[in-house]
Design a protein around this ligand. Structure first.
Ligand SMILES: [Fe+2]
Ligand SMILES: [Fe+2]
Length: 160
């Protein structure tokens, strides 16, 4: 599917194509996981397939927003349904840095206690889904830390 953006630079068109082909490749994922959840006939697998399906729904939404932003960028307009631009001016940057630091602390503590909990669940790691679910939360926590570090970086860049 060729979808060329009027007036796009080579880089813009390339990135846009990558985003679109990612969307196309992933578009069946939500349905495929949904189908697995519906007809597998085992509640445990249904539960896990739904967890992945929810992630895929969010991936799909974010990729559509990225595509929308890229298109708007090329067309020199702002995308209401896109990803917000990084603010050039921000009020209370110092406060934002401090709040982010506190959240980073909490997430790091959370990571430690999740790890501890997962180890405690070792004895039932094959007979229940509990340890696996805690492990997915550890991965989410790492994601939250990456997001917070980025917020702190852009907030710090505005603190003079
Ligand atoms: Fe995905
Ligand atoms: Fe978190």
């Amino acid at each position: 599917m060729v979808d060329s953006l009027q007036g796009a630079s080579t880089w813009e068109q390339e990135v846009y194509d990558q985003i679109r082909s990612h969307i196309a490749a992933e578009s069946g994922f939500v349905d495929t996981y949904g189908a697995l959840a519906d007809d597998v006939g085992s509640p445990d697998i249904t539960y896990l397939a739904r967890l992945i399906m929810e992630d895929e729904q969010r991936h799909h939404r974010v990729f559509e927003e990225l595509a929308s932003s890229m298109r708007a960028e090329v067309e020199l307009r702002s995308a209401e349904d896109g990803v917000p631009d990084v603010a050039v001016v921000r009020r209370n940057s110092t406060d934002l840095v401090e709040r982010t630091e506190r959240l980073l602390e909490l997430e790091r503590e959370d990571l430690k206690s999740l790890k501890h909990l997962r180890r405690s669940l070792d004895p039932v790691s094959e007979t229940t889904l509990w340890a696996l679910l805690v492990e997915t939360m550890e991965l989410d926590t790492r994601k939250h830390i990456a997001i917070l570090r980025h917020i702190r970086k852009i907030a710090r860049g505005m603190t003079f």
